[in-house]
Design a protein around this ligand. Structure first.
Ligand code: NG6
Ligand code: CA
Length: 488
């Protein structure tokens, strides 16, 4: 049984959901009643951050307690990439296993699989099960990448051995007999825009190529429900012991393919519709938690892996239907961005037994969950464990309203921002200001940028020339973190 030293823990993690994308964070015409209820019953953070503005790096940090740029492999991965968390590495679920938790992941993984010779037709070595999860039911990478199949622990679910799966990300090795978006656009339900012109699965071309595995191919329209049901099964199976569930939703990442009953429920086309679908899935899981009598002593955390984007590879009319919806709320930038919209995301924490409902301005980063959970279960961390994770249980539970003094955030490809309690400092970076594919502002400039977030949360006025001492101070602090030993 759980007790307040061993509450159940559920991390609900959206994919590409922006700071302003749910109704409790200001999206008035995207109804998210289940998240609104979670926010009413819990603590709503105004300054909760993902560690990076893309997926793999943020997920890496969440689970390892280490900044992603410390690991050169922590970049957005293809679906056949080797696992980037080593089997001997410390992870949040391993730490919880040590104190008796049952651990599970359902949904998006995107941290690689296998150890270099990945074969989807065999038992896979190098899965979430090898880095701390007792149970896993996942997609390998993203819903726009092959292989488009679910993986149940170490096996592709529903695979017919007579129809093996082959996967490649190399156009030179593409399967001549398999239709692609590039060569067979007449077969598409949704036209690709950039990069997503490989194998056509369910009328949608993906990044990469796959052949075979027909019985195992997922149905995009039911994916939300499949993951919600698997999450519920995990909770039901483990209701009598403390459990940790990492429930990683695929919404609202592209391709956005809502279940038909959610089509048209918002004025914002498929992007709005899949956010409402996401909220419904979360409600289904949280309702079951409540009906099992587990709500009071379960710590539920809701957040997102990075900021929002409209056109991320398909002409799905997200751009046309966005209207005046502000995906990142008052923040500048979105996915891929060094500006606040890249990493500041919805962050809600509910634990009725221990947390008073309310709101907080405290600075909190998802990388801190590891150490903060260790505080709850009273598990000491060794000297190299979760090196960037701060012990912020008091902040997480609302008793402290300050949080971190500072943190390093990542835009793309290890490019960094230094954030203290008041300022965001973006060093000079030699790269594009605007992302050529998505139109999102990545925010790179050849000169330093400094923003006062107290007075200018939208990051309009660059103070760097006016405040050279502040720039120098924050640059030095950034270098200190970069050069610090990877120990605590
Ligand atoms: C990018 C893809 C984008 C998306 C992203 C991963 C192109 C041009 N863009 O490389 O569509 O798949 O990777 O998203 O291919 S994430 O949320 O998993 O980081
Ligand atoms: Ca993402």
């Amino acid at each position: 049984m759980s007790d307040t030293k061993h509450p159940n823990i559920i991390i609900i993690y959206a994919d590409d959901l922006g700071f302003g994308d749910v109704s409790c964070y200001g999206a008035n015409d995207i109804p998210t009643p289940n998240l609104d209820k979670l926010a009413e019953e819990g603590l709503k953070f105004h300054q909760g951050y993902a560690t990076a503005a893309t997926c793999t790096p943020s997920r890496y940090s969440l689970l390892t307690g280490s900044y992603p740029w410390r690991n050169p492999d922590a970049a957005v991965l293809p679906g056949d990439a080797p696992q980037i968390i080593g089997i001997r590495d410390n992870t949040m679920p391993k730490m919880l296993q040590k104190v008796g938790y049952r651990t599970g992941i359902v949904g998006k993984w995107h941290l690689g699989l296998g150890d270099g010779d990945l074969d989807f037709n065999r038992e896979i070595q190098g899965t979430p099960n090898d880095v701390g999860f007792d149970d896993s039911y996942i997609m390998a990478a993203t819903n726009d990448r092959v292989p488009c199949v679910y993986i149940d622990n170490r096996h592709v679910d529903d695979l017919d051995p007579a129809d093996p799966i082959e996967v490649t990300y190399d156009w030179d090795k593409a399967f001549a007999d398999v239709p692609t978006g590039r060569h067979n656009p007449e077969l598409l339900d949704v036209m690709y825009d950039h990069g997503h012109d490989g194998t056509i699965i369910n009328g949608v071309s993906r990044i990469g190529h796959m052949r075979g595995g027909q019985s195992a191919i997922w149905d995009d329209e039911t994916m939300g429900e499949v993951f919600a049901d698997k999450a519920i099964e995990f909770i039901e199976r483990n209701q009598d012991e403390p459990f940790f569930l990492y429930y990683a939703l695929h919404q609202p990442h592209v391709p956005r393919i809502p279940n038909p009953r959610f089509r048209g429920v918002t004025p914002h086309g498929v992007r709005g519709d899949v956010i409402v679908e996401m909220d419904w899935c979360i409600g289904k899981v949280l309702d079951r938690l409540e009906s099992l009598g587990l709500k009071d002593n379960t710590l539920v955390i809701f957040s997102s892996d990075n900021g929002p984007v409209l056109n991320d590879g398909y002409k799905d009319q997200a751009v046309e239907f966005n209207g005046d919806h502000r995906m990142a709320g008052p923040l500048r930038g979105g996915k891929y961005s060094l500006f606040e919209g890249g990493t500041r995301v919805p962050f809600i924490v509910r634990w009725p037994a221990q947390i008073q409902p309310g709101e907080t301005d405290a600075l909190f980063n998802q990388v801190d969950l590891y150490h903060s959970f260790a505080q709850i279960v009273n598990q000491p961390l060794d000297s190299v464990e979760a090196p960037d994770s701060q012990a912020l249980l008091e902040t997480l539970t609302g008793r402290d309203t300050h949080g971190r003094d500072s943190m390093v955030l990542e835009g793309m490809q290890y490019k960094k921002v230094f954030r203290d309690q008041r300022y965001a400092y973006i060093p000079p970076h030699d790269d594009d200001f605007v992302c050529q594919y998505t139109g999102n502002e990545k925010g790179n400039l050849s000169k330093p940028q400094l923003f006062d977030l107290h007075d200018d949360v939208g990051q309009v006025v660059n103070l760097a020339e006016q405040m050279p001492e502040k720039v120098a101070e924050l640059e030095e602090k950034l270098q200190d973190v970069i050069n610090s030993e990877k120990t605590r």
